[in-house]
Design a protein around this ligand. Structure first.
Ligand code: ZN
Length: 577
C-alpha cells in the first residue's frame, strides 16, 4: 500500500533514506538542474526561504522506496501555496502516482489553510513556445493539470518574462482554485506572483523583470483560461433496461478520517465519484435496514467486535489512532491497555481508528445484509451495495487494509443458510479476510483474482497453493496475476475463475468489487481499461446467478467514475437480458 510521508528532519524516522529517495527521483526526472537536489536537502532540514514554509511530501511504495515527491511553498499570510516541483519516478509513471500525489499535496495545503494553489507549466500554445517539439508533451501536461483543477492565468506577461527562476524558458502560471468559485482579485494575484518570484530568485518588486511583470497584471479580476481539454465524454454504455437495485450507505455513514501521512486513499471523495458514475442510470434505491449485531457475530470474533465498539466510546473526537504494538508471539494474551489492543486486532499500520469507525463499519454491514435480503427473497437478480468502509481484508479475528467488518463475507454467510454461495473477489488486492472466514467450509466457494502477493498487498496471503482446509479443501481458489496485466490477460483469468464458479453451481454469487484493477490506480499495478470493466461486468452478469455486488477498493477517482459505470451497467444489463 502506498504511503505519503512528510520529509522533514526531526519529524520523519526514516528521514535520511526518504531524503535520498526524493533526491534520486529528482535527478532522474530533472537531470538538467542537479543543483536543486541540494536545495531539497536544505528545505528538508528546515532552512526555509523568507515568509514561506516548504513542505516536501514523498510517496513511498510498499517496499519503502520513494516513487514520487512534491516540493511546495506555503505562504501562510497569503493563504496560498505554490508547487515548486512535483514528479513521480519516470520508471513507474504508468501507475497514476502523479495525480495521486497532486491530490494529496493539495489536501495537505488545504488543511494548513491554503485557499489557492499555484504552479508553473510549460506553455501548450505554439505562439509562446520556444521549442515546438515540446508542444505535444506540454499539451499532455496541461491537460493533466486541467483535469485536476488547475488552469493558466492569462492576460499577464508571466509566460513571456525571463527570470533567473525559469532559466530562460518562461512557463505559464496555473491556478487551482481548490473548489473556490470566487474570481481572483488583481491584488491577490500580484501578491502571489511577487512572492513566488522573490522566493525563487530573491528579486524585489522594484527589480526588473519582476517590476515589469507586476505592471502587466491589469485585469481585475484576473482571467483564467477557459478549459481546453475537456475529459473525453463518458462512453455511452447502453443503460440496463430494468433499474439497478442499489443500497447506498456510504455517504450518510460517519466519515472515517485518515491521517494524510498514512494510507490515504480510502476517502469520502470516492463516494461522490461513484454517485457520478451512476448519474442518469435507472436506479431503484433501497434503504439499508439495521441488521443488528448477529450477522457480524456469526463471522467475526466477539473480542474484535467489542474492541471496535469500545474504541468508538473511548477515543476522543478528531483523534486518529494507529496500532503500534503487534503482540504476535503472545496471541493468548490480550493487552490490558485499550490502545495497545489495536495491534492485537489489526494487521497493518495504515488502518485508522476513530470515533466514526464502528458506526460506519456497522452501516456498511447493514447495506450488505439489506442487499442480501433482496437477493434471497427473489426481489432482485442483482444488487449493488455502495459501502464505505470496504471489508474484504477483515478476517475472522483481525481487521486491516482500510477494512473493519467483512461486508461481503457477512452477506455471503447470511445467504449460505438458503443455498450454496460463491464469493468472487475482483478487487486488485487479495481478499485475505474472506478466504480466512470460509477456509474450512465447502458450502461457500471463495475465488479471488488479484495482484500477486509477491508484489502486492497483503503480501502474506493470496498464493495459488492456498486451496482451503478440512471440509473446505478445494473450495478456495486464488488467481494471482503479475503486474501490468491488460484487458485480454485479465479476462482470460476471469474466464477460468468463472468456470470454477459454474462447476460449483451456487445459488447466490457475492462479488467483492474493486475498481483498483484499472490502469492508473495508485494502489494497483494492472492496466484494465473502462472497456475491460464493461466486459468483466458482462461476463459476471452472464452467469445468471442472483448476485450481490459489494464495493471494496478503487482509489483513482476518474477510474471510479468510468469503471463503476461500465461494470455495473454491463453486469445489470447481462443479468436482465
Ligand atoms: Zn483493493
Amino acid at each position: 500500500m502506498l504511503k505519503i510521508v512528510r520529509v522533514m528532519a526531526g519529524a520523519d524516522p526514516n528521514f535520511e533514506q526518504h531524503l535520498e529517495g526524493v533526491q534520486a527521483v529528482f535527478r532522474k526526472a530533472f537531470s538538467f538542474y542537479p543543483a536543486y537536489a541540494e536545495k531539497i536537502a536544505e528545505y528538508a532540514a528546515g532552512h526555509f526561504p523568507k515568509d514561506c514554509e516548504v513542505i516536501i511530501l514523498a510517496a513511498i511504495d510498499a517496499k519503502g522506496a520513494v516513487i514520487g515527491f512534491t516540493v511546495t511553498f506555503y505562504f501562510v499570510d497569503l493563504k496560498a501555496a505554490y508547487v515548486d516541483y512535483i514528479a513521480s519516478d519516470p520508471d513507474r509513471s504508468a501507475r497514476g502516482i502523479g495525480g495521486a500525489l497532486y491530490e494529496m499535496m493539495r489536501d495537505d495545503v488545504r488543511k494548513r489553510g491554503a485557499r489557492r494553489l499555484f504552479l508553473d507549466a510549460l506553455p501548450d500554445d505554439p505562439a509562446l513556445n520556444f521549442h515546438p517539439g515540446l508542444i505535444p508533451d506540454n499539451k499532455r501536461r496541461m491537460a493533466f493539470y486541467e483535469r485536476l483543477g488547475a488552469r493558466p492565468i492569462i492576460g499577464t506577461a508571466y509566460e513571456k518574462t525571463v527570470t533567473p527562476a525559469n532559466l530562460g524558458d518562461p512557463n505559464m502560471l496555473l491556478c487551482d482554485a481548490m473548489g473556490d468559485e470566487k474570481p481572483m482579485s488583481r491584488r491577490f494575484a500580484k501578491s502571489v506572483i511577487e512572492r513566488v518570484i522573490s522566493t525563487k530568485t530573491g528579486l524585489g518588486p522594484d527589480d526588473e523583470p519582476l517590476k515589469g511583470l507586476l505592471a502587466s497584471i491589469k485585469d481585475d479580476p484576473v482571467k483564467i483560461r477557459a478549459p481546453l481539454y475537456p475529459a473525453p465524454p463518458p462512453r455511452s454504455y447502453p443503460s440496463p433496461a430494468t433499474p439497478i437495485d442499489i443500497v447506498i450507505t456510504a455517504d450518510e455513514a460517519p466519515s472515517i478520517e485518515h491521517s494524510p501521512f498514512r494510507g490515504y486513499y480510502e476517502r469520502p471523495a470516492r463516494v461522490s465519484a461513484i454517485r457520478r458514475a451512476l448519474e442518469g442510470a435507472p436506479l431503484m434505491l433501497h434503504r439499508a435496514e439495521n441488521a443488528g449485531l448477529a450477522p457480524i457475530e456469526a463471522v467475526h470474533d466477539k473480542r474484535m467486535i467489542a474492541f471496535l465498539k469500545e474504541t468508538a466510546e473511548k477515543i476522543a473526537p478528531k483523534r486518529i489512532l494507529y496500532p503500534e504494538i503487534f503482540p504476535l508471539r503472545h496471541a493468548d494474551r490480550l493487552p490490558q491497555n485499550w490502545e495497545m489492543r489495536a495491534g492485537y486486532f489489526c494487521i497493518d499500520t495504515s488502518t485508522p481508528l476513530t470515533s466514526a469507525v464502528y458506526p460506519a463499519a456497522r452501516r456498511s454491514v447493514d447495506a450488505a445484509i439489506s442487499g442480501a435480503r433482496l437477493i434471497e427473497a427473489g426481489k432482485s437478480k442483482l444488487v449493488y451495495a455502495v459501502v464505505r468502509p470496504p471489508g474484504h481484508h477483515a478476517e475472522r479475528r483481525v481487521f486491516g487494509g482500510f477494512c473493519y467488518f467483512n461486508n461481503a463475507a457477512i452477506a455471503a454467510n447470511h445467504l449460505s443458510k438458503k443455498g450454496k454461495v460463491a464469493v468472487l473477489d475482483i478487487d486488485h488486492h487479495h481478499g485475505n479476510g474472506t478466504q480466512d472466514i470460509f477456509y474450512e467450509r465447502a458450502d461457500v466457494l471463495t475465488v479471488s483474482i488479484h495482484g500477486h502477493p509477491e508484489s502486492s498487498y497483503p503480501f502474506f496471503a493470496g498464493f495459488e497453493d492456498e486451496r482451503g482446509a478440512g471440509d473446505g479443501l478445494g473450495f478456495n481458489r486464488n488467481y494471482p496475476i503479475k503486474p501490468g496485466v491488460d484487458d485480454a490477460g485479465y479476462l482470460s483469468v476471469l474466464g477460468r475463475a468463472l468456470r470454477r464458479i459454474e462447476k460449483f453451481a451456487p445459488a447466490f454469487l457475492v462479488v467483492s468489487f474493486g475498481a483498483d484493477i484499472m490502469k492508473g490506480d495508485p494502489t494497483g499495478a494492472f492496466f484494465v481499461t473502462a472497456d475491460g470493466m464493461r466486459r468483466i461486468g458482462a461476463e459476471i452478469g452472464a452467469l445468471k446467478v442472483p448476485t450481490l455486488i459489494v464495493q471494496e477498493g478503487g482509489y483513482n477517482l476518474a477510474n471510479l467514475r468510468r469503471g463503476v459505470r461500465a461494470f455495473i451497467f454491463a453486469a445489470a444489463g447481462a443479468k436482465s437480458a
